[in-house]
Ligand binder design. Sequence first.
Ligand code: V47
Length: 392
Amino acid sequence: MNDLILTDTTLRPIADKVLAGQRLAFEDGIELYRSPDLLAVGWLANYIREKKHGNITYFNVNRHINPTNVCVAHCKLCAFGRDPDSPGAYTYALEEIYQRAEQGVREGATEFHIVGGLHPDLPFEYFLEMIRGLKQRCPGVHLKAFTMVEVHYFSRIAKISIEETLRRMKQAGVDSCPGGGAEIFHPRVRRIICDHKVSGQVWLNTAKKAHEIGLPSNATMLYGHVETEEERVDHLVKLREVQDQTHGFVAFIPLAFHPDNTPLSHIPKTTGYLDLRNIAVSRLLLDNFEHIKAYWIMLTPSIAQIALRFGANDLDGTVVEEKIYHDAGAKTSRVHAARRTRTPDPRRWSSSGRARHSLSPSRSLEDAASRSDYSAGPRVAHAQRLICVAFN
Ligand code: V47
């Protein structure tokens, strides 16, 4: 590894802590967000990534299933949700979901990422039946389903406790929960971007309960709208505190705000500079999270590649069809990943274009299944089988 060159010497005490394996404080997080020396911040994050993961990056072959876009929450950050009778509103019949899922399995999918709107009329049983049906038809596929916001909503409409809601989900076949809906925990921000959504504290408590009953989950942070640096660091520190207690979070995913077609469309899009900084700062502050994802759908494949040198060790999945970000103006093609999915080839996902791994495309899935520590342990939140890619 090359030596660290600091052009911003105020980073020196933080660098010393990182190199000594010490936990960073709230104020360090602020410094990392404010430092003009992004390359040094990235170097430090990459140091941690290499220590944790060496030359291995993860991705899986997955499909997104969004059962409905009808949503009562009306979050200002969102371009996906619709009123029931609005143009473009949809709710899939279960048979349609099963057909799409089975098509995904034929194409190699090992995980379904399932999230949707808070529908005013669909009962909790619709979602449980969907999970049972998917498990029965696609038994080998990891079901990563329902954010903490949906869990909370299900508990309300079914008039049962959060614990009971989570237990029923698990019993039906949910293997883990995705990290969406966290946004920024601070109430000032939530009042502006998602005032009808559960509070940050409720999101955190629900995640804790999920972990306690044996459902691992991911966590996200939506940045690049009205939040301050203090509010981002507060969000990360709160996640770190819960993780200290439960160890139930598997991956953290910083999500860049896409303003198009939302009531916040006046807010400029994030820059590559901000995207890379959020990857790096989260890698540095979240010392008890194994995995940081660069969600290429949102970052673009090019920034996601660079993010692998700024602390990220996971590219999420092949996805193929994505709705939430594309409704909000994401420019990655909706079929961008499909070509990769039919012929999984880790070299196409390498960050540098000069990957040293020797997996042939046809052997890559099998090799990955045996090499991936994600897929081996009980805390799988992505997929049963993941592809490991050496990338430098
Ligand atoms: O919960 C909604 C966010 C999330 C917009 O757990 C928006 O592995 C930007 O959570 N601009 C959904 N973001 C995506 C998500 C996710 C993605 C990849 C992997 C995982 C995982 C989870 O997207 C929502 C919300 O926070 N979102 N609208 C928007 N306009």
